[in-house]
Design a protein around this ligand. Structure first.
Ligand code: SF4
Length: 726
């Protein structure tokens, strides 16, 4: 009954699922989280939530939780060990690996699920104290193409816009984003905005998703043809005089080169390549170019591609050409998948980064970090480490001999999974920290129990650069510990105790924020204490180094009262000064000269795209353990067009096998004209823990973008057959 679970208190925190970063209030009773509701004061969601966080109480307090360190036994299975033994063994193995094989033989694979402090501790230990460059994150599979796109165009990572801008945009282009299912609260904003009849929505997606249903112009392009479309749209903008000449002339460079490529793409030519109507391309370009304010929102459909970086640049080109940057209601805006992938980027969680958007390759950047950490010059490796795919390949080839996986599940989520699974199983030493048993912990030598959401405090940054606090509400079960504490514990075992002697995650944050001073993601004006009052968008410096601009009535006098009173920065580049050497934003030529990395043919005639469904998250580690969220969910499925079903001999509702050159999985066929004839779609949620039929990623491949090194998870060549056909 309601009464029985009525919370004793409510505390503010932040949803740990997607990058919308909604504020929640958690109801706590008797040392347990019993209820979740939206935080009306949080600017990401104003009280709204999608269904996922409602399942948190069940997930956090689930009996499956890992509660003690576990060591693989020689005869199989796991046995309990103490933290002292576990940390001692990690320290010993890590030390021996580096001593015998060099620092490149060790690797850390972390996660956008970690809090900023966790990420920071891992990076400091690996880069600073062990000389290990191989620290990469599952954000490599998610946002690295956007990172490269922003860096190329603006000289720095960081989405320039805010969710609030959606409320002022006259045209909203959703590109490769099923916002309705994957960022539902942001979609709610779009729906609300769309009540104004002057507002138009463009949706670019090979699949007619729930998002496409609200489109004024829907462009169901063939997978891999985004660049042809973007060039043709730019050409229409040029031909019809919709270029913001003043903005382009004063604040950008490289326009001619980009335009030259765009001119190769008449709408008719692009229409043939993309498989859409030329009039629709023209219509979309006109709407985008004619609108006083236009935004382009995108996510995995753009990023998870072997041309992901160019696709990001092409979308940014459209925003630049039409002057839709640095103004209210405008901007290119990548919608981050994970809750703290943004924080991970800020803190140096990708293989080429150091804290504060510094580059590991840049000597000055390394010296600054070495100085701050009080370590010898030259301690930090000077070359980027191995990105995710390369790291697992190196593990398989025996070049990486020690791998530490934290808060992510590569044995379900990596592409070309057969190869990754084998590499993990054969790894000389695999340590996995997680709150739950996963496909990856099953392959570990040592499993370290991590505190889950609600059991540790720390910061997360959402897609709009807004830093929010995640609160510790209850004690972790058994001996589970916060990830930053686990990394610090190993550091102590290895003799670096002094540098890792933080008493709380707030102290970790204070150390980290000093490393952002004067950098682009400046968070020196942010502390845990401040975040408890309200979340803040960076840059939020603790002193005024340059002219600050008021926003919506927040005068600068408000924050001048106190050094932690910076109101935050809702949008970047309002002064049209970009972080490039010239201060100008850069166009890029974005030729469409390759389609998907893997071509379809007679044996594998269909293109497999993978993605998420509304109420599940990633590999179901938490959402799969909530009865609330799994209700009505009947296991893996694959969507395909009636024509594809017909030629494959597959019947709606029956089990089908999806086969690629690398592997296969079994899923229930859902025959629907939401799909294009040549494509199939399958959610990647179900790994080996949840299904015996194989994982979706058994079929995907790991070809990747040459710049971002993000794999093309949405483009495997497959065939579909009835089960039992072999
Ligand atoms: Fe959580 Fe994202 Fe849903 Fe918001 S939209 S409640 S952040 S999963």
């Amino acid at each position: 009954g309601k009464k029985k679970t009525a919370p004793e208190r409510w505390a503010r925190s932040t949803c740990p699922y997607c990058g919308v970063g909604c504020g929640v209030e958690a109801g706590v009773k008797g040392g347990r989280i019993v209820s979740i509701r939206g935080d009306r004061s949080h600017p990401a969601n104003f009280g709204k939530l999608c269904p996922k966080p409602a399942g948190l109480p069940e997930a956090v307090h689930h009996p499956d939780r890992l509660t003690h360190p576990l060591r693989r036994k020689p005869g199989g299975g796991f046995g309990r060990v103490s933290w002292d033994e576990a940390l001692g063994e990690v320290a010993q193995k890590l030390g021996a690996t580096i001593r015998d094989h060099g620092p490149d033989a060790a690797a850390f694979y972390v996660s956008g699920q970690l809090l900023t402090e966790d990420y920071y501790a891992a990076g400091k230990l690996a880069r600073g104290y062990l000389g290990v460059a191989n620290v990469d994150s599952n954000s490599r599979l998610c946002m690295s193409s956007a990172v490269a796109g922003y860096k190329g165009a603006f000289g720095s990572d960081g989405p320039p816009s805010s969710y609030a801008d959606v409320g002022y945009a006259e045209c909203i282009a959703l590109w490769g984003s099923n916002t309705a299912d994957c960022h539902p609260v942001t979609f709610g904003r779009i729906l609300q905005r769309k009540r104004d009849p002057r507002v138009s929505v463009i949706v670019v997606d090979p699949r007619r998703t729930a998002t496409a249903e609200i489109a004024d112009v829907f462009l169901p392009i063939r997978p891999g043809t985004d660049l042809a479309l973007a060039n043709a749209m730019l050409r229409v903008v040029l031909d019809e005089g919709l270029v913001d000449e003043r903005f382009v002339g004063r604040h950008t460079e490289g326009f001619e080169e980009a335009a030259e490529i765009a001119y190769e793409w008449t709408p008719r030519r692009a229409a043939r390549v993309c498989g859409v109507e030329a009039e629709d391309i023209v219509e979309a370009a006109r709407r985008f170019g004619e609108a006083k304010t236009a935004m382009a929102l995108w996510t995995m459909g753009v990023n998870q591609s072997a041309q992901g970086t160019l696709k990001n640049r092409a979308i940014i080109n459209l925003c630049l050409a039409t002057g839709n940057v640095g103004k209210v209601g405008t901007g290119p805006f990548s919608l981050t998948g994970q809750p703290n992938a943004m924080g991970g980027r800020e803190v140096g969680g990708l293989a080429h980064l150091l804290p504060g958007y510094r580059l590991i390759e840049n000597e000055g950047d390394r010296r600054e970090v070495e100085g701050a950490w009080g370590i010898e010059e030259g301690s930090i490796p000077s070359k980027p480490g191995l990105p995710a795919v390369e790291s697992f390949r190196a593990l398989g080839e025996g070049d990486v001999k020690f791998l530490w996986v934290a808060a992510t599940n590569p044995a379900a989520s990596m592409p070309d999974l057969n190869r990754v699974r084998k590499a993990l199983a054969d790894a000389p030493f695999l340590v996995v920290s997680d709150a739950y048993p996963t496909e990856t912990t099953a392959l570990a030598d040592l499993v370290l129990p991590a505190a889950a959401w609600g059991e540790k405090a720390g910061a997360m940054t959402n897609s709009e650069r807004r830093v929010s606090i995640v609160e510790k509400l209850v004690e972790p079960p058994g001996e589970a510990r916060a990830d930053w504490e686990i990394f610090a514990g190993v550091a102590r075992e290895m003799g670096f105790g002094e540098a890792f002697g933080w008493g709380s995650s707030a102290e970790v944050y204070e150390e980290y924020r000093e490393l952002t001073r004067g950098r682009f993601p400046d968070v020196t004006g942010i502390s845990h204490e401040r975040l408890r009052e309200r979340p803040v968008q960076w840059p939020a410096p603790d002193r005024m180094d340059h002219e600050e601009r008021p926003f919506h009535g927040i005068a600068r006098s408000i924050w001048e009262r106190d050094e932690e009173e910076h109101p935050g920065t809702p949008r970047l580049y309002v002064d049209k000064k970009f972080n490039t050497p010239s201060g100008k934003a850069r166009f890029a030529p974005t030729p469409h000269d390759a389609g998907l990395a893997e071509e379809t043919g007679t044996e594998f005639p269909l293109v497999l795209s993978t993605g998420r469904i509304k109420n599940q998250w990633h590999t179901m580690t938490r959402t799969g353990r909530s009865a609330k969220l799994t209700k009505g969910l009947s296991g893996p499925f694959v969507m395909l067009h009636p024509d594809a079903a017909g030629s494959s001999g597959v019947t709606d509702g029956e089990a089908a096998r999806v086969v690629s050159e690398r592997g296969s999985f079994v899923a229930r066929a859902v025959v629907t004209d939401e799909m294009q004839a040549g494509t199939v779609f399958a959610p990647f949620h179900w790994g080996d823990l949840w299904t015996e039929g194989g994982s979706v990623n058994d079929a995907t491949h790991d070809e990747r973008d040459p710049v971002s090194l993000q794999p093309e998870l949405k483009g495997a060549a497959v065939r579909v057959e009835p089960v039992g056909a072999e």
